[in-house]
Design a protein around this ligand. Structure first.
Ligand SMILES: Cc1cc2nc3c(=O)[nH]c(=O)nc-3n(C[C@H](O)[C@H](O)[C@H](O)COP(=O)(O)OP(=O)(O)OC[C@H]3O[C@@H](n4cnc5c(N)ncnc54)[C@H](O)[C@@H]3O)c2cc1C
Length: 469
């Protein structure tokens, strides 16, 4: 059976049941499971893969949150969610779903503190660079600074809480009664065996539709030709169920893109390099955009360059800074980072035309020193000049995850177009409508894990109350 089916018949049998069933064991699903478990619910998590990983474990694991005690301890002044909300709305030029953005902005701080206090997660705040659009240092990460470590820590907490995560269990069909109450979930095992789990409440935490070529082509044609670099198993099942049930959906054209994926190595090169002064040139050696705008929209700019690739170019100072990032160190180890003693050597190693590259460097210095205005409007005035040796990484643009999805209420319950909630159906993370508006440029760094953890927290909180068991 194809996933995404809805049956209006009663389940023919129940093989197991739980107060709260969660579909998907990423950041959203585990946050929901832990929160529901804290409230005393009997919780079961279904995960299609043999072991949980999801997009969460592929991510950098950076979570933006305002007004946290971790910021306060680090001496960062960011004392209200309002400023964060203003940053979210400014990045999307006011087109984010305003209620959901406010909900996420005020929930994420308490959610991170709860994960620390109740489940032992440690948070550090990244305070040595600002992603475009963030007016304060508010990116939180676990000490390892990777999404894999974030997920591993959440998995360990789930295990300590005694919550079963059933792997190799792909949810394919929902059993929904005449009052739109979800009564059970059919799952398929890899050998084709089917099982039915009864549920008091259901949380959809199975992310978006980046893994479905068909859904990407339908909703986001501008990136359909680009690489998908998120978790392959996120094939839009929540969206398909929601649409079959008549749920409200929004911003299906929204997504997180990224314009800096080492190619062909497939390793993320952090946009933090750009914030320190790196530039991007195309294979002709020419810059083509304002790199300080944001990595998400840059995906489309890079994909539309000759060959769909670009080169990140920077110097030793930026290279040394970047070595703090685990994925950058992976890129160095994989041979993706070319190092050159001077510009001629860089041109030879990258096959970029030396004369044009030279011209690009001269223009850059002129913009930096204020002798001319940058052709793309980037402000280089506060950045030090490039100094040899230089580095180059060939990159491409990619789709990281989709941001559109099911509209939820303030308790993370899925709603109908008239705003009325489904009685016991919840959603969060990439399954829900995000806070980036309808365009790629609306994605403020961290909007992904923001709604995964904040809405997962709310779904877990509400699910036991709404459980039919
Ligand atoms: C390279 C990369 C870097 C990123 N960096 C950041 C970052 O630093 N900060 C940030 O905020 N965001 C980042 N993101 C985005 C972030 O990873 C996602 O927004 C976030 O992980 C979504 O969490 P989730 O729990 O909704 O989904 P996921 O973590 O993808 O979990 C969904 C789970 O559901 C499972 N599943 C799917 N369908 C079914 C089904 N039918 N039955 C059972 N299980 C199912 C999947 O196998 C998966 O395990 C990044 C993304 C990528 C790809």
């Amino acid at each position: 059976m194809e996933a995404g089916a809805v049956s209006r018949e009663p389940p023919p049998r129940i093989d197991a049941s739980a107060d709260v069933v969660v579909i998907g064991a990423g950041a959203c699903g585990l946050a929901a499971a832990l929160k529901a478990g804290d409230a005393g619910a009997d919780v079961l998590v279904l995960e299609r893969d043999g072991s949980a990983s999801g997009s969460t474990s592929m991510s950098s694991g950076f979570v933006p949150a305002p007004a946290t005690r971790f910021q306060w301890t680090a001496g960062i002044e960011d004392d209200t969610p309002d400023r964060f909300l203003a940053d979210i709305m400014a990045k999307s030029h006011g087109s984010s779903h305003a209620r959901l953005a406010a909900l996420a902005a005020r929930t994420i701080g308490p959610a991170l503190e709860w994960l620390a206090d109740r489940h032992g997660l440690e948070w550090i705040v990244l305070d040595d660079f600002l992603y475009p659009g963030h007016s304060r240092h508010r990116m939180h990460a676990v000490p390892e600074k990777t999404g894999a470590a974030l997920l591993a820590r959440m998995q360990a907490a789930t295990e300590r809480a005694g919550i079963p995560v059933v792997c190799d269990a792909r949810a394919v069909r929902l059993f929904v009664d005449d009052l739109d109450r979800v009564r059970g979930v059919e799952l398929l095992r890899p050998d084709g065996a089917a099982e039915i789990v009864g549920c008091g409440a259901l949380v959809l935490a199975c992310n978006g539709y980046g893994g479905s070529r068909e859904l990407v082509a339908r909703h986001i044609p501008e990136i359909a030709g680009g690489l998908y670099y998120g978790h392959a198993g996120n094939t839009g099942d929540a969206l398909t169920w929601g649409e079959a049930l008549g749920a409200d959906v929004a911003h299906l054209s929204a997504y997180q893109g990224h314009g800096s994926l080492a190619h062909p190595h497939g390793i993320l090169i952090s946009w933090a390099l750009m914030t320190k002064g790196a530039i991007q040139v195309n294979t002709e050696g020419r810059r083509f955009s304002d790199e300080s705008g944001g990595y998400s929209e840059q995906a489309v700019c890079v994909v539309s360059q000759p060959g769909g690739v670009a080169w990140n170019v920077y110097d030793q100072r930026i290279h040394d800074f970047a070595l703090a990032f685990p994925d950058y160190r992976d890129a160095v180890a994989a041979g993706a980072v070319i190092r050159a003693a001077d510009l001629s050597e860089l041109a030879r190693a990258t096959h970029l035309p030396e004369a044009v590259l030279q011209e690009t460097f001269i223009e850059l210095e002129a913009s930096r020193s204020g002798r001319r205005k940058d052709a793309f409007g980037r402000d280089f005035s506060s950045l030090p000049p490039f100094e040899a040796p230089f580095c180059g990484v060939r990159v491409t643009g990619a789709l990281f995850h989709t941001q559109g999805g099911l509209v939820i209420d303030d308790n993370a319950r899925v709603v109908r177009p008239d705003g009325a909630p489904f009685p016991n159906l919840f959603a969060g993370g990439g399954a829900a409508c995000g806070v980036s508006g309808p365009n790629v440029s609306g994605y403020l760094s961290g909007n992904g894990l923001l709604t995964a953890l904040a809405f997962g927290f709310l779904a877990g909180e509400g699910a036991l109350d709404r459980s039919l068991n």
